[in-house]
Structures are given as structure tokens and as C-alpha cells.
Design a protein around this ligand. Structure first.
Ligand SMILES: Cc1cc2nc3c(=O)[nH]c(=O)nc-3n(C[C@H](O)[C@H](O)[C@H](O)COP(=O)(O)OP(=O)(O)OC[C@H]3O[C@@H](n4cnc5c(N)ncnc54)[C@H](O)[C@@H]3O)c2cc1C
Length: 488
């Protein structure tokens, strides 16, 4: 008994030392939240505000997870989530507007540059991109890849409107290459042939690209934790950063507590735990993270749902030398130029989409996805910088002197052990496993039916996965699950 008390005292002392709150640390927690991304922070805040004693354990040295706003060039850039996709019904959007945060609706317009420096065919390519975006939003009852679907749709469109273009195989191949990457930038997929037309994602109503501008997406976390506008925080919530959870032990005995061990050897106990780590982390770690094998339905879900990778490489320039901030820029390779690109530089052929972040007017973001994003994460920074600058000068430098960038930053979501990817997407297996996301989010209960190990996070939202608003909703869902039992 004495040993237990000493251990408990040590743990409490450590928890207090690492805590970013100044409030008192409760030795006994009702709920432990693992991970402080959008899901975990929403869950922790919702429970704390309802009077539940919560300990939140986050492996990284910051709150936010796959939302990460960083200062850049007098403004900010988003290393992770950039936009609120849709405004109604959206807890995320409502939190921003109710707190008076100025949001920016970013319109989509595509400017096309060719590898010979010309703007040839620019309007036709933009038209085909618009056609493709429209076609994706059509409901499909057939499980086929987006690649096959869009290839067919665009060929039909060209046959009707531009029959001559249909004969230009090289031009078509480049259009499809561009659209493949466009799908990648949405899904994090390596190929548009990996993504199903029969996905379960449902768009919210309203504008699909709402930016937090210079406030940054991190503002959402300030609001959730009651720090925005000089808020007093949530003093009764204990947050331990740099606390990687390595073991979650539970049993079906209603009398037993759940215990959670962190990498520094601390052991915390509680009535229940909400696990919000990404699907990438679950895929890599679930066998060692949990004290017993997870239920089969959950294992199937972990196996069958895909984790995509989206990457950004962001340059800061001394001035804004390109077109309008809102425009998306895309690079269209001429077949002859493409043939001259070496195998070593093939990733440049898949880095064709560029945009200006709304929080930093003099910055440009290059987007990568899937296997290309994974590979680019591992290329030395100076090489990435040199190659991308020659790419951008080739496509955009005909009529303008492009200055050297004065700063560069880039993402490593795939190599980050606490994310292991960017977000999930629906693959061709989705129709075969229609309940996978619900199964992933289902709580594990004890023999009396009490939820003991609960799951939240974007991957567990059947209709709004891959987003911050979806992740936020799942955190709220699991907090509500516990609160309803508490009051009932
Ligand atoms: C590049 C990029 C662009 C994106 N763009 C958008 C966008 O424009 N709009 C949009 O809505 N969404 C976007 N997303 C997706 C969005 O960011 C995510 O869906 C959402 O943030 C996920 O939140 P989460 O709480 O489910 O997971 P996470 O944010 O991953 O939170 C889980 C937390 O658990 C922690 N953790 C992991 N393992 C452990 C452990 N063992 N112990 C303790 N803690 C642990 C992690 O460090 C992390 O903080 C983007 C994501 C990326 C990467």
C-alpha cells in the first residue's frame, strides 16, 4: 500500500510539473484524454466545462495535432489544416463567428502556366478542371475509382464540345495527370485510382474554403480552451504536454480502473479514457498500445480505411511577385519537356499545384500528396528548395524576375510518429466495409456496459472524416456519451 501511495505522489508531482495549467492537479481523474488535436481538445474542454475531472496527455510539445499554425514572414502559415470546409451545420465555424473571429471566404480560380513559360491552352485546362470538380460532386452508385470516372466524364465532355482535342493524346494525358494530383491534394492519395466515387463524405452547406487568415487555425484551440480574448483558460483541466502514451490497460471488470502509462514511466488511472490518436498511429501501434487485442470490427476498420498524406512546402519571398492571392496556380507540362525530366526529379512532375496562404501574402505553398509527399519529406531541404525554384522559374519566370525565397518551411506529417499521415480517405474497399468508421469509433465497454475506452478523431466520423469540423464533432460526441451516462 505504501509503495502505491509513494508512486501516486510521484506521479502527481510529475503531472503537476509538466502541466501547463496553474490550477490544482487532482490525483484521481474521471477521464483521461489521449491526444490534444481537434477531437481531444473538444472532448477535454466539453467534459471539463461540465465539471468532469480530466487529464489530457499529449505526445507533442503543443496543442493542435494536425492543426499547426506557425508564424511566417510577419504573418502565419498553416502546416496542417487550412480551411473550414462548409459553414452549416459546423461547430468549428460557429465557434469562430460567435467569438468574433474574422474569417475569409477564399474563391477558387485556377491560373495555368505551361512548362515552356507560355499560358497556352490555359482557358481550356481551367474549363476542364471546373468540369471535373462538378462531376466529382455528382452522386455515383457505382464503386469505381475517381480516376476511371473522371477520365470517362471528361472524354464525354470533350467529344461533345472539343472533338479535335480528344485526338491529342499527349494533351489529354497531361490534363489527367494534373487532375490526378488535384484529387491527391484533396484526399492525400497517391493516385486518383485509389479513391472511390462511392465515398461516404458529405459536404456541409456554405462556402467550402473559409480561411482563418492571419488569426490562424490555432485560434480554434484558444477558443476551445477559453484562452481567446484574454480568457481565463480552464484551470481545472490538467494538460500534460510531451507525454506520449505507450500503454492503455483495461479490463471488463466494472470495479477496475483504466490505467494509462506514458513514456516517462508515469501511470495514471481513471474511470475511462478517450483515445484520439490518428488512424496512422493506430495502424502502427495498436498492438502495443492496448493491453489486449482490440475487437475484430475495430481491427478490420484500422486495416481497411486508408490514411492519406498531404504535404506542403512553403516559400517566403521578399515581395508578392505573382498574380492574385486567391488564385490557385497550376503547372501544365508539355509532353516534350516532361520527357526531359530525369527519374530522380520525377517528383517535380507531381508538384503542380500551388497556392498563396491567406495568412501570409508573400508566401507560396507547393502541394504534394501520397507517395510523392512521403518521398519529398525525406529529400534534403536545400535540394527541395533548389529544384522547386528552378521549377517555378521555368513555368512562371518568362515575364517576371523571380527573386530567391528568404525563408522556407515544409511539413513532415508522414514521418511524424504522432500523426503518421495527414488524414483518411475512402478507398475502393469502402463499399465493402460500410460500417468501418462507426466500428472504429465504437467504445469498448466493461461487463456492466460502461464505456471504458472511447475513440474519437477524424477517422471515426462517417460523413465528415478528414476534416477539423469532423474531428471536433467526434470529440463532442464522446464527451456527450460520457456526460449522458453521468447524468443518467
Ligand atoms: C497538411 C494538412 C492539411 C489539412 N487541411 C485541412 C483543411 O484545410 N481543412 C480541414 O478541415 N482539415 C484539414 N486537414 C485535416 C485535419 O487537420 C484533421 O482531420 C484534424 O486536425 C484531425 O484532428 P484529430 O483530433 O482527429 O487528430 P490529431 O490532430 O492528429 O490529434 C491527435 C493528437 O494525438 C497525439 N498523439 C498521437 N499519439 C499519441 C500518444 N501515443 N500519446 C499521446 N498523444 C498522442 C498527436 O500528437 C495529436 O496531437 C489537414 C491535415 C493536414 C495534415
Amino acid at each position: 500500500m505504501k509503495v502505491v501511495i509513494v508512486l501516486y505522489a510521484l506521479i502527481s508531482a510529475r503531472a503537476y510539473a509538466a502541466s501547463i495549467n496553474t490550477g490544482s492537479v487532482e490525483a484521481d481523474y474521471e477521464t483521461i484524454v489521449v491526444g490534444l488535436g481537434a477531437a481531444g481538445t473538444t472532448a477535454a474542454a466539453t467534459l471539463t466545462q461540465a465539471g468532469v475531472r480530466v487529464l489530457a496527455l499529449e505526445a507533442m510539445d503543443r496543442v493542435g495535432g494536425r492543426v499547426h499554425t506557425v508564424p511566417f514572414g510577419g504573418g502565419v502559415v498553416e502546416m496542417g489544416a487550412e480551411w473550414i470546409h462548409g459553414t452549416s451545420p459546423s461547430r468549428t465555424y460557429d465557434l469562430a463567428t460567435k467569438n468574433g473571429v474574422k474569417l475569409i471566404e477564399q474563391d477558387e480560380n485556377t491560373e495555368v502556366y505551361s512548362s515552356d513559360g507560355s499560358r497556352a491552352n490555359s482557358s481550356l485546362i481551367s474549363e476542364l478542371v471546373i468540369q471535373a470538380v462538378g462531376a466529382i460532386n455528382e452522386h455515383s452508385d457505382v464503386n469505381e475509382s475517381i480516376g476511371e470516372f473522371l477520365t470517362r466524364k471528361l472524354k464525354e465532355y470533350l467529344k461533345e464540345h472539343y472533338p479535335d482535342v480528344l485526338q491529342d493524346k499527349e494533351f489529354l494525358a497531361e490534363v489527367f495527370n494534373l487532375l490526378d494530383q488535384g484529387i491527391g491534394s484533396n484526399e492525400g492519395s497517391s493516385s486518383w485510382n485509389d479513391v472511390t466515387t462511392k465515398g461516404q463524405y458529405q459536404e456541409l452547406n456554405g462556402h467550402q474554403y473559409v480561411s482563418w487568415g492571419r488569426n490562424g487555425y490555432k485560434t480554434l484551440f484558444d477558443i476551445l480552451l477559453n484562452k481567446y480574448n484574454n480568457g481565463s483558460g480552464l484551470p481545472s483541466l490538467t494538460i500534460n504536454l510531451k507525454s506520449e502514451v505507450i500503454k492503455i490497460s483495461y479490463s471488463d471488470d466494472p470495479k477496475q480502473k483504466v490505467s494509462v502509462t506514458t513514456a516517462d514511466g508515469a501511470v495514471y488511472t481513471a474511470d475511462n479514457v478517450i483515445v484520439t490518436v490518428s488512424l496512422g498511429v493506430l495502424k502502427a501501434k495498436h498492438t502495443e498500445l492496448f493491453s489486449q487485442p482490440l475487437p475484430q470490427a475495430k481491427l478490420t476498420a484500422i486495416d481497411k480505411i486508408s490514411m492519406g498524406v498531404l504535404g506542403k512546402i512553403i516559400f517566403l519571398f521578399p515581395e508578392h511577385w505573382w498574380g492574385k492571392t486567391e488564385d490557385t496556380i497550376c503547372f501544365f507540362w508539355k509532353a516534350d519537356d516532361r520527357r526531359n525530366v530525369s527519374d530522380e526529379d520525377a517528383w517535380l512532375l507531381k508538384t503542380s499545384w500551388i497556392s498563396t496562404p491567406m495568412g501570409s501574402n508573400n508566401a507560396l505553398t507547393f502541394w504534394t500528396s501520397g507517395d510523392t509527399a512521403k518521398m519529398v519529406e525525406a529529400i534534403p531541404e536545400d535540394v527541395v528548395k533548389r529544384k522547386l525554384m528552378s521549377l517555378i522559374r521555368r513555368f512562371m519566370g518568362k515575364d517576371v524576375e523571380i527573386p530567391d525565397p528568404i525563408a522556407m518551411t515544409r511539413t513532415t506529417w508522414f514521418h511524424n510518429p504522432y500523426t503518421r499521415g495527414s488524414y483518411t480517405y475512402d478507398n475502393l474497399l469502402t463499399p465493402q466495409y460500410p460500417t468501418a468508421r462507426v466500428d472504429l469509433g465504437a467504445p469498448i465497454t466493461d461487463s456492466a456496459g460502461n464505456p471504458r475506452v472511447l475513440f474519437a478523431g477524424e477517422a471515426t466520423d462517417p460523413q465528415h472524416f478528414s476534416t477539423v469540423h469532423g474531428a471536433t464533432d467526434t470529440g463532442h460526441r464522446e464527451a456527450t456519451r460520457l456526460l449522458e451516462r453521468r447524468s443518467g
